[in-house]
Design a protein around this ligand. Structure first.
Ligand code: AMP
Ligand code: MG
Length: 316
């Protein structure tokens, strides 16, 4: 039964995965409106509920063992739904086992270090799920689309040449390989939004007063660079989807479907890790049995006896 479910989840996430070594071209290769034949939102929401329960169970087991950790990297264009995905997908898990880090424009201190430094400071511990709301991939996205960001990074001349992006892809792949080899799985989700749906969401952020705070005029300036971002995302997906840390392209035009996909990919990864509650040794088990006897004491015996007597009395 459990295997059937694991197989179903594997099949569900398979079309979202970027096969390592393939060349991705957005927007042609992945449809932001794909919904895997689930016609009703109600059905999707129901499936998500099941996914969240599964996730809670696996997270508990992950937290109990002390070997593996999981890093989830969330990337999207503005209004892609990163915040809502985190809020919904993680709604069932124990907050003690999760840490979220959001990455903004780097500070002076961060610029005084190598570009991966600030990301490595927020990596999860063993047993934890770490979520990067934006991630080290900004270093080949916003930094690439706006080269002034690269100029601020104080790099030596040789590290600023035209091969900088190819080199960063390699360095990022190596870093993720290193993390994976040492027990940390890297789950990479790109929330793939259409230009039209972004327009609709921006309008809502302007029209609904409670959403005004989410809108920044800078978002519209970024939207003007839409094609440059699609190109940067395409090259990033092609170069950094690896056997050890593949990218998943999440159709993001429907929020409920994006959340379902994100939960499914995360559960799929946890099923693969298959974290187990630690087993105690025979010796410890014997010690526990001894301690239990003491703790239970004469009271438990008396209680049991009273209960038996009562049961006997009540019998006709
Ligand atoms: P938000 O996620 O809406 O709060 O915005 C954070 C902003 O920080 C976005 O405009 C990102 O593009 C920007 N940002 C994140 N990482 C970097 C980076 N490494 N270099 C420059 N800008 C960045
Ligand atoms: Mg923003």
């Amino acid at each position: 039964m459990a295997d059937v479910r694991a197989e179903r989840i594997a099949q569900f996430v398979s079309p979202l995965r970027v096969r390592p070594g393939t060349e991705v071209r957005l927007p042609d290769d992945f449809d932001p409106a794909y919904k895997a034949g689930i016609s009703k939102k109600k059905d999707g929401v129901e499936l998500l509920r099941g996914g969240i329960e599964l996730l809670a169970d696996y997270q508990q087991r992950l937290a109990a063992q002390d070997v593996y950790g999981v890093l989830v990297c969330l990337q999207a264009l503005d209004a892609g739904g990163k915040d809502g995905t985190i809020r919904h997908v993680m709604s069932g898990v124990n907050p003690q086992g999760v840490r979220v880090a959001s990455f903004k424009v780097p500070s002076e201190e961060e610029l005084d270090h190598d570009y991966l430094w600030r990301y490595s400071r927020h990596l999860p511990r063993r047993g934890e799920i770490g979520i990067f709301n934006r991630s080290h991939y900004e270093e080949v996205l916003v930094v690439r689309v706006h080269p002034e960001n690269l100029r601020r990074q104080k790099l030596p001349g040789a590290a600023r040449g035209p091969d900088v992006w190819e080199r960063r892809y390699r360095e990022i792949n190596d870093w993720e390989r290193y993390l994976t080899d040492n027990g940390f799985r890297v789950v990479k989700l790109f929330l793939n939004l259409s230009k039209e749906e972004q327009r609709v969401r921006f309008l809502k952020r302007i029209d609904v007063p409670e959403r005004n705070w989410k809108f920044s005029p800078a978002d519209v300036r970024e939207r003007a660079r839409w094609d440059d971002y699609q190109r940067a995302f395409s090259q990033m997906l092609s170069a950094t989807s690896t056997e050890w840390a593949p990218w998943y392209v999440i159709p993001a035009d429907r929020k409920w479907f994006a959340r379902l996909c994100a939960a499914a990919v995360l559960v799929h990864t946890l099923i693969d890790i298959d974290p187990q509650y630690p087993q105690v040794s025979e010796q410890t088990r014997r010690e526990l049995a001894e301690i239990r006897k003491d703790l239970a004491g004469p009271e438990e015996k008396t209680k049991k006896k009273n209960k038996n007597d009562k049961n006997k009395k009540n019998k006709p």
